[in-house]
Design a protein around this ligand. Structure first.
Ligand SMILES: Cc1ncc(COP(=O)(O)O)c(C=O)c1O
Length: 476
């Protein structure tokens, strides 16, 4: 995909000006000719931008008079409040719902996919990596068929170490273990630090994968209140540690799935310190950290680890391609246990994907790819958010994440997100109901929407979803 078309850049610039109040509701937009002269772009470009803004509901054309800013600009709704999960540890059991949603609906090409947190296919680097894998296969011959047992391909580990510098980490390649995705990294790290029956303090809400791993390992979840921007509440975590027997803590430090929260770097430092004083390991899932919208990557909690107690986990699934199954863990003092667990569970991660990612990174492809996808995802999140604000009832709350591609939306209390999920399917739309993001039923009126595949063509789907929500909230 090339760079953003000029008219879209113009439309985005105008959207920002309208949102900042440079043109109030009902005001005349600058004439097409004048703006074309001022901004040194063609009249056609300005016109296309104005039509796009009309489609977005920001401008209204008046015959023979030009374009006017809509007098009913969608007002920005509030973000959800600090979460308020169950105060006690609970056992985890959610296999059926997950299987139903993840396996059945996310693979259905007939649905408008706003559900699963998969990246957009055209924003993966699958084609480039396929080419590198083909050439590596020719070069390596039979060696491409050998196991690449833990810790995994050394050049790849060296590249990850180089990349980790932007996350504030000074690591050695020997500290990294290549895994089959972030999922295997997190699951192995949980197994390395916990025994069945142990309790893990987790951010709430948190992605259901985490509950899946915990269910498999017979662990209990203690859900900790989490802020939609600042992540896990350190105050609530401190209280929980004083009053419960907790063996590990797990956070999605940068752009939590589904909340979008990003723990500010200073608070990450405090989090690592708090856990170290209790000698409790922190499993840090940093799978979205590279998709940040500001110029600087947020640090990882691992950057503040002086005791080997942070087990940093990530993968290339959100950035390069989920099908590669290449991820990693930097498990600190649990390195040899995690390496053994990886070996005894899946022996090795596939050879060619490891080699290909290492080569792609070495030639600067990863950094370049990230620069491109960050901008596109930022635009898509903003567009989906705008559509939600425009078409959903005005009393909803929606997050405003600074990275990733997910929105977490609180609907009126009368809405059952599971019933909404079913009705949305009838309308040809896949969404993810909030029930999946907690062991309790705290998020029964929340949904997660994925902006990765957003395009203006998906606007009617959000309009229909808005109508369904409106109907349901009136009936409820
Ligand atoms: C927060 C989070 N962790 C882990 C995973 C799984 O990652 P991988 O495909 O690299 O195993 C996902 C995928 O959706 C995710 O969203």
């Amino acid at each position: 995909m090339g760079k953003t078309p000029k008219y879209q850049q113009v439309a985005d610039q105008l959207t920002r000006l309208i949102e900042e109040g440079a043109f109030g509701p009902g005001a005349a937009a600058p004439s097409v000719r004048k703006l074309s002269q001022q901004w040194k772009v063609s009249i056609t470009t300005i016109l296309k931008a104005y039509y796009l803004l009309e489609a977005r509901g920001l401008l209204i054309p008046r015959p023979r008079s030009g374009f006017y800013v809509s007098s009913q600009l969608p007002s920005a709704p509030r973000e959800p409040a600090l979460s308020d999960p169950e105060p006690d540890p609970s056992t985890v059991g959610m296999r059926e719902l997950i299987t139903m949603i993840v396996l059945r609906d996310t693979l259905n090409p007939k649905l408008t996919q706003l559900g699963a947190a998969h990246p957009a296919q055209e924003l993966t680097a699958t084609r480039q990596l396929n080419r590198i894998m083909a050439s590596a296969a020719r070069r390596m011959g039979d060696r491409a068929g050998l196991y690449m047992a833990p810790p995994g391909n050394k050049p790849l580990r060296q590249q990850i170490v180089r990349h980790a510098v932007v996350a504030g980490c000074t690591l050695d390649a020997d500290e990294i273990i290549i895994t089959s995705g972030c999922g295997e990294a997190v699951s192995s790290c949980l197994q390395a630090v916990c025994r069945p029956g142990d309790t893990v303090a987790v951010e709430s809400p948190i992605c259901f994968d985490v509950f899946q791993y915990m269910e498999n390992l017979g662990l209990k979840a203690l859900e900790i209140p989490t802020h939609p921007r600042d992540g896990i509440s350190l105050e609530a975590l401190g209280f929980a540690l004083e009053n419960n027997s907790v063996q590990a803590c797990l956070v999605i430090s940068n752009f939590n799935n589904p909340l979008g929260s990003c723990i500010p770097d200073e608070r990450k430092k405090a989090l690592v310190k708090l856990l170290a004083t209790h000698d409790i390991p922190l499993i840090e899932n940093d799978i979205f950290g590279d998709i940040h919208f500001s110029t600087k990557r947020p640090l990882s909690a691992k950057a503040f680890d002086t005791h080997g107690l942070v087990l940093w986990c990530a993968s290339f699934s959100k950035t390069l391609s989920p099908g590669l199954r290449v991820g990693w863990a930097a498990p600190g003092r649990y390195r040899s246990t995690v390496a053994w667990l990886k070996y005894s569970t899946s022996l090795a991660t596939a050879t060619l994907p490891q080699v290909a990612v290492a080569e792609f990174m070495a030639e600067g492809g990863y950094r370049k790819h990230l620069r491109r996808i960050r901008r596109v995802y930022q635009d898509r999140v903003a567009e989906l958010r705008r559509a939600v604000i425009r078409f959903f009832p005005s009393d909803i709350r929606v997050t405003d994440p600074a990275g990733g591609y997910l929105l977490w939306i609180e609907l009126p209390e009368s809405i059952d997100a599971l019933a909404l999920y079913r009705t949305a399917l009838d309308e040809g739309i896949a969404i993810t109901p909030g029930h999946l993001f907690s062991t309790g039923d705290r998020y029964g009126n929340f949904i997660r929407l994925n902006a990765a595949n957003w395009s203006d063509e998906a606007t009617p789907a959000i309009r229909r979803l808005g109508r369904v929500i409106d109907r349901m909230s009136k009936a409820g």
